[in-house]
Ligand binder design. Structure first.
Ligand SMILES: O=C(O)CCC(=O)C(=O)O
Ligand SMILES: [Fe+2]
Length: 201
């Protein structure tokens, strides 16, 4: 597969996943969430995130009072479920020579949720990309550069879009400013799911 759009080194595969594939991924996420329920993490500064999260894989990204880290267990004590094959297949379709990811972060945004500008820098080796899959309602992705406070550009991500953040863009600032409620019928109760795959450890 080849990206059909690139902004600032973020390679976007518009509608890489057809509706059937999107539905299969939602089913896979349902199974993960049954075993490892979504939660709203508290940031080290004490604020509650508006995005609800859980993970699959050997390790899952967690935010606690002591900082951000990859942990081998959900806060409930259960191990994270394995990353389903269908999700790994998406990674393989847009990466080459990369090892399989050991972490899949699942973000759920309701209409009011957003994610502030940040860089993904908790992983051990930045040579491997981050691959993001969008499902459900549209989300407005803002991308910047390597420094906080630089100029940014925004693009709406739709259900089935896959974004690869690699190379120069691997450590670039990005965030989700807005969710367009009611823009997709994939999730019966609305909202946006985003899956990010990473080689974390
Ligand atoms: O929801 C998105 O599209 C981006 C998520 C993200 O940046 C992250 O989980 O680090
Ligand atoms: Fe991120």
């Amino acid at each position: 597969m080849r990206p059909n759009l690139s902004i600032r080194g973020f390679h976007i595969y518009k509608t890489a996943l057809d509706i059937g594939a999107q539905r299969q991924l939602v089913d896979a996420v349902r199974d993960i969430v049954k075993a490892a329920p979504l939660m709203r993490p508290q940031t080290p500064s004490g604020r509650q995130m508006s995005v609800r999260m859980t993970s699959a894989g050997r390790v899952g990204w967690t935010a606690t009072a002591s900082g951000y880290q990859y942990a081998t267990r959900h806060p409930s004590g259960v191990a994270w479920p394995a990353i389903p094959r269908k999700i790994l297949d998406v990674w393989s379709s847009v990466t080459c020579d990369a090892p399989l990811p050991d972490s899949c972060l699942i973000n759920f945004y309701d209409e009011a949720a957003r994610m502030g500008l940040h860089r993904d820098h908790d992983e051990a080796d930045f040579q491997w990309p981050v691959v993001s899959i969008s499902l459900g309602d549209e989300g407005l992705l803002r991308v910047g550069g390597l420094e906080r406070g630089g100029t940014t550009e925004s693009i709406w991500l739709q259900s089935g879009d896959v974004v690869v953040m690699g190379g120069q863009a691997r450590l670039a600032y990005h965030g989700i400013d807005r969710i367009k409620g009611g823009s997709s019928r994939l999730l019966p109760n609305g909202g946006r799911l985003n899956l990010t795959l990473r080689v974390a450890t």
